[in-house]
Design a protein around this ligand. Structure first.
Ligand SMILES: *Cc1c(COP(=O)(O)O)cnc(C)c1O
Length: 424
């Protein structure tokens, strides 16, 4: 799965952040332009009819890619330089062989699931999931005879096995779909345990895949491919884009799997446009800077909140007690706690609303991962689609508020939280 870092200096691999400005683009392609321009074009001119024929043979898989012969540019639904350079750059962070970019996170997730699942299949998924993914599994894929079966995010390998055995699902298992840490409770799923369950239920005819939505911590603080996942998915709208000004999605994995997803992307037309690709390349130059600053800010904010008398509970990965079984999984799988914090405010929904309505620097909006700090109320907003009983079971209560921490000065963020809590 791992691809060797392609750029070395004095015998050492260069780190991704050193390559985000230049990797995969050659100025001689574009009149010496230092930056990769926006290739705002729907189609590409062939040098000859013979070349056009050859490019189409690659596109239909009639001719194999090789070191000497690479597929050429045909039409922007199939490929475009902004997407190809971006895809190459994105492989560096997760050390993936290949990457495919989409016009939204949901496009990445739906195209991937449609490529690998068939009528009669079961998809085992961690709970809770992002609302859009939850709807896709329960309301859309079920129309195609695909059965979703949930497991609690915190489950051990034994508990996952029990669900597979008792649900009568094991022989039809097509995929294990994981979101970790889960939204909004920050519960962690053990990716290696899911990979082991998938291995046990794979047959010679069919490999059960593990796909991980890594939007919350990745690619800086969690790299699922290293823990046995086959595919990593992102809503690039969040940390990767990072400025709350675009919608995009990403999937990474082996060339074999990504080629299949790219094939379906061409026919569903879910690829990102060149402008989105260009904006994402610009964002990736500061990905590490932004995510590191946000992670550090979140620690100050979480430490302030945990001592506040109006806050009943803080859900923050940096505060997991050592004796909590989740702490062991966190230490094994994550390199930092990220910048998402949820809190329970004493006094229920009315207190939570009062707090939200009094925030000044934090903006009251859904989404996350941008440079500005955001706050929202999961039970009435992002997770309102779940039936109340499920929400309750997963601990998503009326008193919960979710915070996405940005790059502001941490003391200004704390001052805002303090005055809004005082107003409660
Ligand atoms: C936002 C989000 C998605 C959906 O991504 P879009 O870019 O909005 O389509 C999927 N998963 C998670 C965890 C998200 O936060």
């Amino acid at each position: 799965m791992k691809k060797k870092r392609p750029v070395r200096l004095q015998g050492k691999d260069l780190r991704p952040e050193s390559l985000m400005m230049t990797y995969g683009y050659h100025p001689e392609w574009s009149e010496g332009a230092l930056k990769c321009p926006i290739f705002q074009t729907s189609t590409f001119v062939f040098k000859s009819a013979e070349e056009g024929k050859k490019f189409f043979e690659f596109a239909w898989g009639l001719r194999k890619k090789s070191a000497r012969a690479e597929p050429g540019l045909i039409y922007s639904r199939l490929n475009n330089p902004d997407l190809e350079v971006l895809e190459d750059r994105l492989t560096l962070w997760d050390e993936a062989e290949a990457c495919v970019v989409f016009e939204s996170g949901m496009a990445a997730i739906s195209t991937t699931l449609l490529e690998f699942l068939r009528p009669g299949d079961t998809v085992l998924y961690s709970e809770p999931l992002y609302g859009g993914t939850d709807y896709l599994l329960k309301q859309v894929l079920t129309r195609f005879g695909i059965r979703p079966v949930g497991f609690r995010a915190e489950s051990s390998l034994e508990e996952i096995e029990k669900i597979l055995r008792h649900g009568g699902t094991s022989e039809k298992l097509g995929m294990i779909y994981v979101e970790t840490p889960s939204n909004p409770t920050n519960a962690i799923v053990d990716i290696a345990a899911c990979a082991e369950a998938a291995r046990r239920h794979s047959t010679r005819k069919r490999r059960v895949l593990v796909a991980v939505d890594n939007t919350f911590l990745g690619p800086l603080w969690q790299q699922p491919l290293k823990h046995g996942a086959d595919l990593v998915l992102y809503s690039a709208t969040k940390y990767m884009g990072g400025h709350s000004d675009l919608i995009a999605g990403v999937c990474l994995g082996s060339s074999e799997l990504i080629d299949r997803i790219k094939g379906l992307r061409s026919f569903l037309g879910t690829m990102a446009g060149p402008w989105t690709g260009w904006l994402l390349m610009r964002s990736l130059e500061t990905l590490k800077l932004r995510m590191t600053c946000q992670m550090k800010n979140a620690r100050y904010v979480a430490d302030f909140l945990v001592d506040h008398p109006k806050v009943e509970r803080v859900y923050y990965l940096g505060h997991l007690p050592a004796q909590d079984p989740q702490h062991r999984v966190y230490r094994k799988q994550c390199t930092a706690p990220g910048a998402m914090i949820s809190i329970d405010i004493i006094g229920g929904e009315s207190a939570a609303f009062k707090f939200l309505n009094n925030l000044k620097l934090f903006k009251l909006a859904v989404s996350l991962g941008g440079t500005e700090s955001l706050a929202e109320h999961p039970s009435s907003m992002t997770h309102s689609e779940l039936v109340p009983e499920t929400r309750h079971r997963l601990g998503i209560t009326d008193k919960m508020v979710r915070l996405s921490i940005g790059v502001e000065h941490p003391e200004d963020l704390i001052a805002d939280l303090k005055q809004a809590l005082d107003a409660v």
